[in-house]
Design a protein around this ligand. Structure first.
Ligand code: ADP
Length: 217
């Protein structure tokens, strides 16, 4: 069973930590702020009040042995970078760090962080996309130009087959799967008819997807 350590129990760190706990994983929470530690003490496997910049203390906690360590320190960018560097130098297998800006993210990548996340930026993109398209539910960027989108079936497509909707030719996007309640129809046949309430999983170029998402608005 994988073991996780989360450094910085702000809004983002707390959300990551409690989600992992709800999934049944063991989570050590670390924060310099006693209140944050006390608040989460009962919810996590263990929560300790530690300044993560204190290398000997981190070592004493056995941080090296955790499978994944998430650096969720937010505003204090200096602490975020220093702690990330220390963790990689200690030999932590996988370090995930939260970046505040693109430049901060580049620095984290340069110092060897395994995965850089931009929660505010990504959430901003998702909210903006949801504002523009009432159909879209979730979106994953596959490259700067391509995305995978989960969206409600456009009203125009209801009771039409994939073949008849002509999504690929007309809009340049591919429907990879259809979610219908608990059922998932993977690689649907061209004769598959879309029903009201269906959720489509669609892949394509962003510009094409944007047009597809906004049909019927
Ligand atoms: P968020 O936007 O996710 O709430 P914050 O910057 O507000 O991010 O919170 C990050 C958390 O990281 C805070 O609870 C803060 O006490 C903690 N933190 C900041 N510096 C350190 C450090 N050196 N060691 C441990 N925890 C820290």
């Amino acid at each position: 069973m994988k073991q996780f350590a989360i450094i910085g129990l702000g809004r983002f760190g707390t959300s990551v930590a409690t989600t992992l706990i709800n999934m049944g994983y063991e989570v050590l929470g670390i924060d310099v702020n006693e209140e944050r530690v006390n608040e989460l003490g009962d919810k996590l496997t263990q929560a300790v009040k530690v300044d993560a910049i204190d290398e000997p203390v981190l070592k004493a906690l056995g941080i090296r042995n955790f499978d994944v360590v998430v650096v969720a320190i937010g505003k204090n960018i200096q602490a975020n970078i220093l702690v990330s560097v220390m963790l990689k130098e200690m030999g932590v297998n996988k370090v995930v760090a939260k970046a505040q800006t693109d430049l901060h993210g580049k620095v984290l990548e340069r110092v060897g962080v395994d995965k850089v996340v931009y929660p505010e930026r990504d959430m901003g993109i998702k909210v903006a996309q949801a504002l523009v398209s009432k159909n879209i539910m979730d979106q994953i960027a596959l490259s700067p130009e391509h995305s995978l989108v989960e969206m409600a079936v456009p009203p125009d497509f209801i009771n039409k087959s994939l073949e008849k909707s002509n999504a690929r030719q007309k809009y340049g996007v591919s429907i990879l799967a259809i979610r219908r309640g608990v059922e998932i129809i993977i690689s649907p046949h061209p004769s598959q008819v879309m029903l009201e309430g269906d959720i489509l999983v669609v892949i394509g170029k962003n510009e094409k997807l944007q047009k597809f998402e906004t049909i019927d608005i």
